[in-house]
Design a protein around this ligand. Structure first.
Ligand code: PLP
Length: 496
């Protein structure tokens, strides 16, 4: 099924050759294979990482102008993922997302995005000067999270904005819920424009058929995956894939080169090369074991009073088309404690660190690094916590509906560059926000840069604060003040 020999790791091999030659280093980094490194740090790390912490030269190739092992390693990754071309990102998926957006839209172009964008998407929109058109994702009030965007929502938004130049979808969500991406790709392509996918949480999709369909398989034109999040690459190492007649591969290369450091870490790059080999050759069985283990945890957790971990029963409602069983969302609302509380108890009392928490949930990310022992430790900690809190009459907080998306007066880039002042929320009504305002749950912005602050929004924030819910996004951690742009100070207001 692969065209190339996926057992090869050309970049890692080149680094091994550099090590085996016992090369004398008159190049950066200045620690010179660890000799000049702080002793305590080196003692902890061991010597090997420093031996392959090198810089750009012929033997190990250049990320910006690859002609040797990096070129070959990227071709192997494209082959493994079924892409026309793949690029290594050492700026995580965040950097890759900025590059994807800047490759397909430019100043004044409309791009359709879900409202619950990751900040890297906003960064890409600010950098490109594009105009975002927001789609509201589907809300699940039971567990207080946002799922995917439904195909019908994409269709309606595209019909209202026939001049849009691209659609961006986040798939799957952090919590492992996938939308019907194939249907969305067909809709987007019927308008003759590309589909961009933020697949940060899906570098393992496509390697086991119990997982949701991958973006490339579904027909996405360009996508980016946090290889470091779920499979074996090191933190910051991501992949960007192109598979499209709508996206210019050379432009993507050019934009990535504009955004990425000229001193990429070869440790990170080599980890991408080896993580690709691992998932291509052994992904199916490794993921099978992970799915079995996390499903075992889910079954056990669902028997613990006060806890709930959703599985495939979440499917069928709009925006929920497929489920990634390696994700374990643990809803603790019925214990009468928040997800933040549960996160802290697990970390401080049991030394178990979860990936993320929100008002109702904690999230465990499953991977083939998990063991039965670690999963059992989590289950027994959760049993003890349930014994302590369940049925003790603690108050549960309720979901409050979010206000409608406000009027957009400026592009995010204009709001970002306009003169700003800080005002109390009450005095900001009618002005343009330069900041985000977000409530948890469900983590969807109520206000984005460039949008009009309304009394409905200010009242809503007050209501959330009154019941002790979590609001964030402003520079002011208490969300009493917000950075605003006065219309007379705005750089250029050109959004109808
Ligand atoms: C949906 C989504 N997109 C993009 C990113 C950014 O990925 P990275 O941390 O690899 O830069 C994240 C990170 O958590 C994310 O959750």
């Amino acid at each position: 099924m692969y065209k190339l020999d996926q057992d090869e790791t050309p970049l890692f091999d080149a680094l091994m050759e550099y090590v085996n030659r016992e090369t004398i280093p008159f190049h950066v980094p200045g620690h010179k294979k660890g000799v000049g490194m702080d002793t305590e740090f080196k003692d902890f790390m061991g010597e090997n990482p420093f031996k392959i912490d090198v810089t750009v030269f012929k033997l190990v190739d250049s990320l910006h102008h690859p002609t040797g092992p990096i070129k070959k390693a990227q071709e192997l990754a494209a082959d493994a993922y079924g892409a026309d071309a793949t690029f290594f990102s050492i700026h995580g998926t965040s950097g890759a997302i900025q590059a994807m957006i800047m490759s397909v839209v430019t100043d004044g172009d409309k791009i359709i995005v879900p409202r619950n964008v990751h900040k890297s998407i906003t960064a890409g929109i600010i950098l490109s000067g594009a105009i975002p058109v927001y789609m509201q994702p589907e809300l699940d009030k039971k567990v207080g999270i946002a799922h995917g965007v439904a195909p019908s929502c994409v269709e309606i938004t595209l019909n209202k904005n026939p001049d849009a130049k691209a659609v961006l979808i986040i798939n799957p969500t952090y919590y492992g819920v996938a939308t019907d991406l194939k249907a969305i790709a067909d809709i987007v392509h019927s308008h003759g424009i590309p589909l961009i996918v933020d697949e940060a949480h899906g570098p393992h999709l496509g390697f086991n058929d119990k997982l949701p369909m991958s973006a490339i398989e579904a027909g996405a034109d360009i996508c980016s995956q946090s290889t470091h999040k779920i499979i074996g690459a090191m933190t910051q190492a991501s992949l960007l894939h192109v598979h499209s007649k709508y996206v210019d591969v050379n432009k993507v290369h050019q934009v990535l080169s504009l955004l990425q450091t000229t001193s990429p870490s070869y440790i990170l790059l080599a980890s991408l090369d080896c993580a690709r080999r691992q998932i291509a050759l052994h992904g199916e069985e490794l993921l099978e074991d992970t799915i079995t283990l996390i499903n075992y945890a889910r079954t056990k957790i669902n028997k613990i009073p006060g806890l709930y971990s959703f599985g495939e029963e979440v499917l069928g409602v709009p925006g929920c088309y497929a489920f990634d069983p390696t994700k374990l969302t643990i809803t603790c609302r019925d214990l009468g404690i928040t997800g933040f509380d549960l996160d802290m108890i697990l970390a401080n009392k049991y030394h178990i660190q979860m990936e993320m928490s929100d008002l109702y949930n904690v999230l465990a990310v499953g991977s083939f690094g998990d063991t039965k022992e670690s999963v059992n430790a989590l289950i027994s900690a959760l049993k003890e916590i349930s014994n302590e809190y369940f049925g003790k009459g603690n108050k549960k907080s309720n979901f409050i509906d979010i206000p409608s998306i406000p009027e957009q007066l400026q592009r995010p880039r204009e709001a970002f560059t306009s003169l700003k002042s800080s005002l109390s929320l009450k005095n900001s009504i009618g002005l343009i926000s330069r900041e985000f305002l977000m409530a948890y749950p469900p983590g969807i912005p109520i206000l984005c840069p460039g949008e009009r602050i309304t009394s409905e929004i200010v009242d809503y924030i007050q209501k959330l604060k009154d019941v002790g819910l979590f609001v964030q996004g402003t520079e002011d951690p208490k969300v009493e003040f917000i950075k605003v742009v006065k219309e007379e100070d705005a750089v250029y207001i050109n959004v109808e």
